[in-house]
Design a protein around this ligand. Sequence first.
Ligand code: NAD
Length: 410
Amino acid sequence: MSNLESAQRYFDVAADHMNLSANMRKMLLTPEREVKVQVAIERDNGEIATYIGYRIQHDNHRGAFKGGLRFHPEVDGDEVQALATLMTWKTAVVDIPFGGAKGGIKVNPKELSSGELERLTRKFIDQIHDILGPDKDIPAPDVGTDAQIMAWIYKQYSKFHGDCPGVVTGKPLELHGSVGREEATGRGVSIITNETLHRLHKHVKGTTVALQGFGNVGSFTAKFLHESGAKILGVSDAFGGIWNKDGLDIPALLAYTNQNGGVRGFPGGQAITNVELLTSEVDVLIPAALGGVFTREIAEHVRAKIIVEAANGPTDPDADEIFERREILVVPDILTNAGGVTVSYFEWVQNSQHFQWDLDRVRSELQKIMLASFDRIWTTATEKKIPMRTAAYIVGIGRVGRATQISGIS
Ligand code: NAD
């Protein structure tokens, strides 16, 4: 099933509970604007290379469009649209004043030199700067993009519109970024994992965890969960996995990954495959890589009793039904990984105020928002006796739907 079909099916399940009319469903699901552009650059060897870039603005009834940019070889229009839709529900679930968008370029950034990546990014912004802006549409990092790329976006946009740090978030600290932004998604995932355990009357200390993906989100999630006393038994990335039944030494693994570019070969554990990791016997399983990881086949073999979705769209709807039948609790992506967009919101607020917050303030405001959002979803799920994902969609769609109606459509 494609990402877009999955996003639509999850929407429909919630919309059925809400008795939404067919007209309202169509309006809420249809993106406001879809842009697809050619991004041609000169490679270092003098050859011309042409890429396709996307920006899909799904909904802005609650505020400016907001969503990351992904540089990955599998980026396509369907995936970007699905992720843009998720952003709309996510910003509504954490109740921050943004809508949803997503963008990306179909490219493997690892095959480009730094100079080529800069030219690609700046050319992309040349193509789409008119539809961006601090009160229109604010990109951020996602898979394959980072603070350096956000800095190029800020500077390229400012060439057309005057100095404007608030046009993009996830910027470097030296260029109006926010402290705590880099760690934010992983910190949010650890807050949500801790709270889930707390509500289930379990202790985080000694809880066993397996984590797929050890990039920005996975590594910070591991760091914070390890600091709270959880035992991370397994971690994997695109090149392989590592397992230690007594718990991995996470600070040592972080240092090893920084030096070696991945977890493979880490001396403090033994090698495992991604499938072994996903079906390992742990209390909590955290997908923090790409979407579509839990298929129907894998879902039958998952042994964890709690799945905390750090990645966007890791679970196929068919797999989700299997998890429900097997009484595996799934804490959904639109709640779990919303820490990133929440601290992006703080960065945008600081840029408008021309005032820098300190790390304590960023972390405590993040904690407040994540816990309040968790409580709303948990309570809705418990009262209505529905899965947390459906509850999160009901809360998100409800907020967007009401804003849409109040705004009026003419
Ligand atoms: P990243 O590029 O920093 O890291 C991705 C990680 O996944 C890497 O360790 C990579 O090796 C691993 N990976 C890729 N393919 C894999 C495979 N087939 N099997 C196992 N591991 C694989 O990306 P990120 O920013 O950490 O994002 C991870 C996920 O979290 C994505 O789904 C993204 O959309 C989502 N997300 C990110 C943010 C953010 O702030 N960065 C916010 C919300 C959601």
